[in-house]
Design a protein around this ligand. Structure first.
Ligand code: AMP
Ligand code: MG
Length: 332
């Protein structure tokens, strides 16, 4: 990680204090940040992204000690998970304090909180001294940015400053767990798996694998490139590619294996073999599909192990099928 210049951090903190927008790197994806206590600044996030106003945002804080400034009736499970995973890619949904702006929570009586594990994000949070509301720094419904260049491509001059902290090391959004009721429930899968959470809590957790995930503000189509995304198993991927190719479409294949029998002019977007590396690469590949002007992207479903669950979820949403039960490689 390159050493980040302090003046830029101070300048970014000052922009936040004045009500502006700063795009910041985190270990998951780049966020579009605003002062979470300033409803006017938060409103600008929705304008910049073109996002419906009732979608709640995640508030980023510098450490677990700040939880009590945003949430109340904080259960023991929240402290245990914060201790185990913060700073890191886990977001806790908790009952909110009354003074948390409705603009941040989408009018819900809960608030989502996370301590990111990125030196630039943490430096900014410490210099700013408050909570930063930050959704992913992309236009609504599109692929999340994992580099400063991606943010420029997505939002251009709609943001007052972009802090460049290099490429995001994880590459997909945080796991979200709702702890606002007596039964912990995962709302969005991510790098921190259901099993890792169960190991810490030593109690049951409602996971996402058997139910369609519906968390407020999430929708069946999300993380979508311009191309139509077709989900496939390794066995039927080539057939799918051929069919779309024969219909005259510019087709790409997202796969960790070089498959034989592909028609000429079909672009192979290679994927690594491990699900961790695939998470790191996914949004880069979807963006590459846009740069290549692909019309159809046939994606071989990753294995549903570890972060693979989150990959399957994101690909299903990229295909506009996030309202279906999460399917895994074996089910295609
Ligand atoms: P993004 O910031 O783009 O990663 O999206 C934020 C995610 O956090 C969305 O999927 C929201 O639905 C979810 N979220 C934020 N606040 C809450 C909340 N209070 N309850 C449930 N989900 C939330
Ligand atoms: Mg997002």
């Amino acid at each position: 990680m390159k050493k980040f210049p302090t003046p830029s951090i101070n300048q970014a903190a000052s922009i936040l204090h004045k009500g502006g927008l700063v795009a910041l790197p985190t270990e998951t994806v780049y966020g579009l940040g605003a002062d979470a206590r300033n409803p006017k600044s938060v409103a600008q996030i929705f304008t910049a992204k073109g996002r419906p106003k009732n979608h709640p945002l995640i508030v980023h804080i510098a450490d677990a000690g700040q939880l009590a400034k945003w949430a109340q009736n904080i259960p023991k499970a929240a402290w245990q998970l914060a201790e185990a995973f913060w700073p890191g890619p886990l977001t806790l949904v908790l009952p909110r304090l009354d003074d948390v702006p409705d603009e941040v929570t989408g009018g819900l009586d809960t608030v989502a909180l996370r301590v990111p594990n990125h030196p630039v994000a943490l430096a900014l949070l410490n210099a700013f001294g408050g909570g930063i509301a930050a959704p992913s720094a992309n236009r609504y419904g599109r692929v999340s940015p994992t580099s400063a260049e991606d943010v420029h491509e997505e939002l251009g001059d709609k943001v007052d400053m972009v802090l460049d902290g290099g490429r995001c090391s994880i590459g997909i959004e945080s796991t979200i767990i709702d702890l606002s009721t007596s039964q912990a429930r995962i709302l969005r899968p991510g790098k921190i798996t259901e099993q890792a959470i169960i190991d810490v809590l030593t109690s049951s957790v409602i996971g996402t694998s058997n139910i369609p995930i519906s968390c407020p503000g999430s929708k069946p189509s999300h993380y979508a490139p311009q191309a139509l995304v077709i989900l496939a198993s390794r066995e039927d991927a080539v057939q799918q590619v051929k069919e779309w190719h024969e219909r005259g479409q510019r087709v790409g294949l997202l796969s960790s294996h070089r498959l034989t029998g592909l028609p000429k002019n079909v672009t192979w977007l290679s994927f690594s073999r491990s699900v961790e590396e695939q998470a790191y690469e996914l949004y880069q590949r979807l963006r590459q599909a846009d740069h290549l002007n692909l019309q159809v992207l046939v994606a071989v479903m990753p294995e549903a192990i570890g972060v693979g669950h989150a990959l399957c979820d994101r690909l299903q949403r990229a295909a506009g099928r996030g309202n279906e039960k999460t399917k895994t490689y074996a089910q295609f």
